[in-house]
Ligand binder design. Structure first.
Ligand code: GTP
Ligand code: MG
Length: 239
Protein backbone atom coordinates (compact mmCIF):
# COMPACT_ATOMS: atom_id res chain seq x y z
CA UNK A 1 0.00 0.00 0.00
CA UNK A 2 1.35 3.43 -0.91
CA UNK A 3 -0.13 6.52 0.68
CA UNK A 4 0.43 9.71 -1.27
CA UNK A 5 0.43 12.70 1.02
CA UNK A 6 -0.34 14.98 -1.96
CA UNK A 7 -1.91 14.86 -5.38
CA UNK A 8 0.33 14.46 -8.38
CA UNK A 9 2.27 17.55 -9.32
CA UNK A 10 0.33 19.95 -11.50
CA UNK A 11 2.62 22.32 -13.39
CA UNK A 12 -0.02 25.03 -13.75
CA UNK A 13 -0.73 24.92 -10.02
CA UNK A 14 3.01 25.02 -9.29
CA UNK A 15 3.52 27.93 -11.69
CA UNK A 16 0.82 30.04 -10.07
CA UNK A 17 2.22 29.29 -6.62
CA UNK A 18 5.74 30.27 -7.72
CA UNK A 19 4.45 33.52 -9.26
CA UNK A 20 3.08 34.56 -5.87
CA UNK A 21 6.24 33.98 -3.88
CA UNK A 22 7.63 37.17 -2.40
CA UNK A 23 11.43 37.08 -2.53
CA UNK A 24 11.72 40.28 -0.47
CA UNK A 25 11.73 43.92 -1.61
CA UNK A 26 8.81 43.10 -3.90
CA UNK A 27 10.97 40.80 -6.04
CA UNK A 28 9.39 37.73 -7.65
CA UNK A 29 10.71 34.82 -9.76
CA UNK A 30 11.26 35.51 -13.48
CA UNK A 31 9.40 33.42 -16.05
CA UNK A 32 12.60 31.46 -16.78
CA UNK A 33 13.17 30.75 -13.11
CA UNK A 34 9.61 29.50 -12.76
CA UNK A 35 10.05 27.13 -15.72
CA UNK A 36 13.32 25.89 -14.26
CA UNK A 37 11.67 25.25 -10.88
CA UNK A 38 8.70 23.41 -12.37
CA UNK A 39 11.02 21.23 -14.49
CA UNK A 40 13.16 20.38 -11.47
CA UNK A 41 10.13 19.49 -9.32
CA UNK A 42 9.03 17.11 -12.07
CA UNK A 43 12.46 15.46 -11.91
CA UNK A 44 12.13 15.07 -8.12
CA UNK A 45 8.70 13.53 -8.60
CA UNK A 46 10.12 11.10 -11.17
CA UNK A 47 12.91 10.11 -8.79
CA UNK A 48 10.38 9.49 -6.02
CA UNK A 49 8.35 7.19 -8.30
CA UNK A 50 11.51 5.35 -9.42
CA UNK A 51 12.45 4.50 -5.85
CA UNK A 52 8.96 3.57 -4.70
CA UNK A 53 8.56 1.23 -7.69
CA UNK A 54 11.84 -0.47 -6.79
CA UNK A 55 10.57 -0.93 -3.24
CA UNK A 56 7.27 -2.38 -4.43
CA UNK A 57 9.10 -4.85 -6.66
CA UNK A 58 11.27 -5.99 -3.72
CA UNK A 59 8.18 -6.36 -1.51
CA UNK A 60 6.40 -8.42 -4.18
CA UNK A 61 9.44 -10.66 -4.61
CA UNK A 62 9.58 -11.38 -0.86
CA UNK A 63 5.88 -12.15 -0.93
CA UNK A 64 6.32 -14.66 -3.76
CA UNK A 65 9.55 -16.27 -2.49
CA UNK A 66 9.02 -16.27 1.29
CA UNK A 67 5.29 -15.58 1.72
CA UNK A 68 6.29 -12.59 3.82
CA UNK A 69 5.58 -8.89 3.20
CA UNK A 70 8.51 -6.94 4.64
CA UNK A 71 6.83 -3.61 3.87
CA UNK A 72 3.69 -2.84 5.81
CA UNK A 73 3.04 0.35 3.84
CA UNK A 74 4.80 3.35 2.30
CA UNK A 75 4.14 7.07 2.37
CA UNK A 76 5.55 9.50 -0.14
CA UNK A 77 5.57 13.23 -0.51
CA UNK A 78 7.22 16.07 -2.38
CA UNK A 79 8.25 19.01 -0.26
CA UNK A 80 5.96 21.95 -1.00
CA UNK A 81 7.37 25.09 -2.59
CA UNK A 82 6.67 27.00 0.62
CA UNK A 83 8.60 24.47 2.72
CA UNK A 84 11.47 24.52 0.24
CA UNK A 85 11.73 28.32 0.32
CA UNK A 86 11.29 28.32 4.12
CA UNK A 87 14.12 25.82 4.59
CA UNK A 88 16.49 27.74 2.27
CA UNK A 89 15.71 30.95 4.18
CA UNK A 90 16.23 29.30 7.58
CA UNK A 91 19.61 28.02 6.43
CA UNK A 92 20.55 31.42 4.97
CA UNK A 93 20.91 29.95 1.47
CA UNK A 94 20.17 31.50 -1.92
CA UNK A 95 16.62 31.06 -3.23
CA UNK A 96 17.21 29.35 -6.59
CA UNK A 97 16.95 25.99 -8.29
CA UNK A 98 20.76 25.63 -8.16
CA UNK A 99 20.64 26.18 -4.43
CA UNK A 100 17.89 23.56 -3.98
CA UNK A 101 19.90 21.03 -6.03
CA UNK A 102 23.09 21.71 -4.07
CA UNK A 103 21.64 21.86 -0.57
CA UNK A 104 18.30 20.08 -0.13
CA UNK A 105 18.28 16.29 -0.23
CA UNK A 106 14.78 15.73 1.06
CA UNK A 107 12.63 17.38 -1.63
CA UNK A 108 11.51 13.87 -2.61
CA UNK A 109 10.76 11.75 0.45
CA UNK A 110 9.54 8.21 1.04
CA UNK A 111 8.76 6.59 4.37
CA UNK A 112 8.95 2.80 4.35
CA UNK A 113 7.13 1.26 7.30
CA UNK A 114 8.14 -2.35 7.90
CA UNK A 115 6.76 -5.03 10.16
CA UNK A 116 10.03 -6.00 11.85
CA UNK A 117 13.48 -4.57 12.38
CA UNK A 118 15.01 -7.38 10.26
CA UNK A 119 12.79 -6.17 7.39
CA UNK A 120 14.13 -2.61 7.73
CA UNK A 121 17.68 -3.83 7.18
CA UNK A 122 16.93 -6.40 4.51
CA UNK A 123 14.83 -4.02 2.40
CA UNK A 124 17.31 -1.14 2.74
CA UNK A 125 20.29 -3.39 2.00
CA UNK A 126 18.68 -4.85 -1.11
CA UNK A 127 17.78 -1.39 -2.35
CA UNK A 128 21.24 0.03 -1.56
CA UNK A 129 22.95 -2.75 -3.50
CA UNK A 130 21.07 -2.06 -6.76
CA UNK A 131 23.61 -1.11 -9.39
CA UNK A 132 21.74 1.80 -10.97
CA UNK A 133 21.40 3.88 -7.81
CA UNK A 134 23.91 5.48 -5.45
CA UNK A 135 23.84 5.81 -1.68
CA UNK A 136 24.69 9.43 -0.83
CA UNK A 137 24.25 9.34 2.96
CA UNK A 138 23.15 6.95 5.72
CA UNK A 139 22.03 7.96 9.23
CA UNK A 140 21.25 4.94 11.36
CA UNK A 141 19.15 6.19 14.26
CA UNK A 142 18.19 2.58 15.03
CA UNK A 143 21.72 1.57 16.00
CA UNK A 144 22.28 5.07 17.43
CA UNK A 145 18.90 6.46 18.59
CA UNK A 146 18.55 10.23 19.02
CA UNK A 147 18.57 11.64 22.58
CA UNK A 148 14.79 12.02 22.53
CA UNK A 149 14.35 8.32 21.66
CA UNK A 150 13.75 8.74 17.90
CA UNK A 151 14.66 5.65 15.88
CA UNK A 152 14.66 5.19 12.07
CA UNK A 153 17.14 4.43 9.32
CA UNK A 154 17.59 7.39 6.97
CA UNK A 155 19.20 6.82 3.59
CA UNK A 156 19.61 9.40 0.84
CA UNK A 157 19.75 7.75 -2.57
CA UNK A 158 20.64 9.31 -5.92
CA UNK A 159 18.56 7.79 -8.70
CA UNK A 160 18.91 8.50 -12.42
CA UNK A 161 15.89 10.12 -14.02
CA UNK A 162 16.11 9.90 -17.79
CA UNK A 163 14.98 12.96 -19.72
CA UNK A 164 15.59 13.93 -23.34
CA UNK A 165 18.76 15.66 -22.10
CA UNK A 166 20.12 12.45 -20.50
CA UNK A 167 20.36 11.00 -16.99
CA UNK A 168 19.81 13.36 -14.06
CA UNK A 169 20.97 11.80 -10.77
CA UNK A 170 18.41 13.01 -8.25
CA UNK A 171 18.35 12.59 -4.45
CA UNK A 172 15.47 10.91 -2.61
CA UNK A 173 15.37 10.69 1.19
CA UNK A 174 14.07 7.33 2.39
CA UNK A 175 13.16 6.79 6.03
CA UNK A 176 12.94 3.10 6.92
CA UNK A 177 11.28 2.28 10.22
CA UNK A 178 9.11 -0.32 11.93
CA UNK A 179 5.43 0.12 12.78
CA UNK A 180 6.41 0.71 16.42
CA UNK A 181 8.98 3.36 15.48
CA UNK A 182 6.40 5.07 13.27
CA UNK A 183 3.78 4.97 16.02
CA UNK A 184 6.26 6.61 18.38
CA UNK A 185 7.51 9.23 15.86
CA UNK A 186 3.96 10.37 15.04
CA UNK A 187 3.21 11.21 18.67
CA UNK A 188 6.60 12.84 19.20
CA UNK A 189 6.04 14.94 16.08
CA UNK A 190 2.62 16.02 17.37
CA UNK A 191 4.12 16.99 20.74
CA UNK A 192 6.81 19.06 19.03
CA UNK A 193 4.17 21.37 17.56
CA UNK A 194 2.26 21.69 20.85
CA UNK A 195 4.13 24.81 21.90
CA UNK A 196 1.12 26.12 23.81
CA UNK A 197 1.58 23.57 26.64
CA UNK A 198 3.38 24.74 29.82
CA UNK A 199 7.10 23.82 29.86
CA UNK A 200 6.70 21.49 32.83
CA UNK A 201 4.11 19.38 31.02
CA UNK A 202 6.14 19.35 27.80
CA UNK A 203 9.22 18.05 29.59
CA UNK A 204 7.18 15.49 31.51
CA UNK A 205 5.73 14.20 28.22
CA UNK A 206 9.18 14.13 26.61
CA UNK A 207 10.49 12.01 29.48
CA UNK A 208 7.51 9.63 29.20
CA UNK A 209 8.09 9.39 25.45
CA UNK A 210 11.72 8.44 26.03
CA UNK A 211 10.53 5.64 28.36
CA UNK A 212 8.01 4.57 25.70
CA UNK A 213 10.77 4.41 23.07
CA UNK A 214 12.75 2.03 25.29
CA UNK A 215 9.72 -0.13 26.05
CA UNK A 216 8.78 -0.33 22.37
CA UNK A 217 12.34 -1.33 21.53
CA UNK A 218 12.18 -4.23 24.02
CA UNK A 219 8.78 -5.34 22.76
CA UNK A 220 10.13 -5.26 19.21
CA UNK A 221 13.07 -7.52 20.07
CA UNK A 222 10.76 -10.03 21.75
CA UNK A 223 8.30 -10.06 18.86
CA UNK A 224 11.12 -10.23 16.32
CA UNK A 225 12.40 -13.35 18.14
CA UNK A 226 9.02 -15.05 18.03
CA UNK A 227 8.81 -14.22 14.35
CA UNK A 228 12.32 -15.58 13.71
CA UNK A 229 11.60 -18.74 15.69
CA UNK A 230 8.44 -19.62 13.78
CA UNK A 231 10.33 -18.98 10.54
CA UNK A 232 13.40 -20.99 11.56
CA UNK A 233 15.84 -18.05 11.77
CA UNK A 234 18.47 -17.50 14.53
CA UNK A 235 17.55 -15.43 17.60
CA UNK A 236 18.80 -11.93 18.44
CA UNK A 237 19.96 -10.84 21.90
CA UNK A 238 18.23 -8.14 23.92
CA UNK A 239 18.91 -4.66 22.54
P1 GTP B 1 16.93 18.51 8.25
O1 GTP B 1 16.33 17.81 7.05
O2 GTP B 1 17.31 19.91 7.95
O3 GTP B 1 16.06 18.36 9.46
O4 GTP B 1 18.30 17.84 8.59
P2 GTP B 1 18.80 16.37 8.28
O5 GTP B 1 18.45 16.00 6.88
O6 GTP B 1 20.23 16.26 8.71
O7 GTP B 1 17.90 15.58 9.30
P3 GTP B 1 17.71 14.04 9.65
O8 GTP B 1 18.16 13.11 8.57
O9 GTP B 1 18.26 13.81 11.01
O10 GTP B 1 16.11 14.00 9.77
C1 GTP B 1 15.29 14.32 8.69
C2 GTP B 1 13.84 13.90 8.93
O11 GTP B 1 13.74 12.80 9.84
C3 GTP B 1 12.95 14.95 9.54
O12 GTP B 1 12.43 15.79 8.57
C4 GTP B 1 11.85 14.10 10.19
O13 GTP B 1 10.93 13.61 9.21
C5 GTP B 1 12.62 12.91 10.69
N1 GTP B 1 13.10 13.11 12.07
C6 GTP B 1 14.38 13.36 12.45
N2 GTP B 1 14.48 13.48 13.77
C7 GTP B 1 13.24 13.30 14.28
C8 GTP B 1 12.69 13.31 15.61
O14 GTP B 1 13.38 13.53 16.60
N3 GTP B 1 11.35 13.09 15.72
C9 GTP B 1 10.54 12.85 14.66
N4 GTP B 1 9.24 12.65 14.89
N5 GTP B 1 11.03 12.84 13.39
C10 GTP B 1 12.35 13.07 13.19
MG1 MG C 1 16.24 16.30 6.01
Amino acid sequence: VILDRHNRLSSSDLQSRLKNIDLGNGRVFSADQITEFVDQMQVYEGAMYEISTKLEILDDEFQVRFSHDPIHHMERRLKSINSIIGKLERKGLAISVESVKDNLFDVAGIRVICNYRDDVYSVSNYLSSQSDIQVLRVKDYIKNPKQNGYRSLHVIYAVPVFLSSGAHYTPVEVQFRTIAMDYWASLEHALRYKTDLPDARLSEHSQTLLDCARSLQNIEVQMQNIHRDINGAPQVGEA
